[in-house]
Design a protein around this ligand. Structure first.
Ligand code: NAP
Length: 243
């Protein structure tokens, strides 16, 4: 498929896991994709794996405004527009009783998982408006947003906030011809979710998905195949809607 021919995409937090798989899928379908993550070494390794595709990558802590703006400036200088923005960043910094969470841990999750996503969309809006007919924003949420679970309670609460945001912000962006949706993965085999599936914690094999199974749905939602999907949240969990 070539659904992303001539499209310019930015996928955040994308040197491994779900973000990497989405970036790879969009690039394989013809896009020019910008990837980023905090560590230069990870960016280099990811770019090596994507050799032969139209991909550029930069170290960027997407929670930090100056670094976000510097990345957007690079895109503006080279392409002058953005067709697809995938907001994939999140932190899950406290596992176990939420009564033991530190204020620092709480703030870190809210800052990265919610605030940095809202601001990244706001800061990208002018570039997205210059994108082709109908630009797209996809927020990577989680089934945990709708299925609270106390061991990762605050993390899930940040995802519930994103789910709420997607509904009203999608409406606000309609006049700018920007679609905004969320995708909510179930349990996916990545580093991030390691505490939930590593060391054989009795997780049923069929409840553990692969990043590519999220990327294929994400790529459909942000392509013209998804042109009438707006303000929605697609759960992709193989029949296991709770983490
Ligand atoms: P992952 O495999 O651990 O990858 C995380 C990526 O994010 C890495 O490339 C990491 O690279 C980058 N990163 C972390 N903090 C960053 C920051 N502040 N700025 C820029 N990049 C940053 O994670 P994942 O499982 O794919 O998770 C991706 C998204 O899916 C998250 O939003 C998560 O909430 C969501 N999700 C995951 C699951 C699951 O089961 N895996 C389920 C539901 C939802 P650096 O270390 O170099 O920064």
């Amino acid at each position: 498929m070539n659904r992303y021919k001539d499209k310019v995409c930015l996928v955040t937090a994308s040197t491994q896991g779900i973000g990497f798989a989405i970036a790879k899928r969009m690039a394989e379908e013809g896009a020019f994709v910008y990837i980023c993550s905090r560590k230069e070494k990870n960016v280099k390794e990811a770019l090596d794996k994507l050799k032969g595709l139209k991909v550029e990558g930069y170290p960027c802590h997407i929670g930090l405004k100056e670094q976000r703006l510097a990345l957007l400036k690079k895109i503006e200088e080279k392409h002058g527009r953005l067709d697809v923005l995938v907001c994939n960043q999140a932190a899950s910094t406290h596992f176990g009783s939420q009564m033991d969470i530190s204020e620092g841990s709480f703030d870190k999750m809210w800052d990265l998982n919610v605030k940095s996503i809202f601001y990244l969309i706001k800061e990208s809006k002018e570039l997205l408006k210059k994108g082709g007919k109908q630009s797209n924003v996809l927020v990577v949420s989680s089934v945990g947003g709708k299925g609270p679970n106390y061991t990762i309670g605050v993390y899930n609460m940040t995802k519930a906030a994103l789910d709420n945001m997607v509904v009203w912000l999608a409406q606000e962006l309609i006049p700018d011809d920007i679609r905004l949706n969320a995708i909510s993965p179930g349990l996916i085999k990545t580093e991030f979710s390691g505490p939930l599936w590593k060391d054989n914690q009795g997780v049923p094999a069929k409840s553990l998905g692969e990043s590519d199974q999220i990327a294929s749905v994400a790529a459909t939602m942000c392509s013209d195949d998804g042109s009438f999907v707006n303000g929605e949240n697609y759960a992709v969990h193989g029949g296991f809607p709770k983490l």
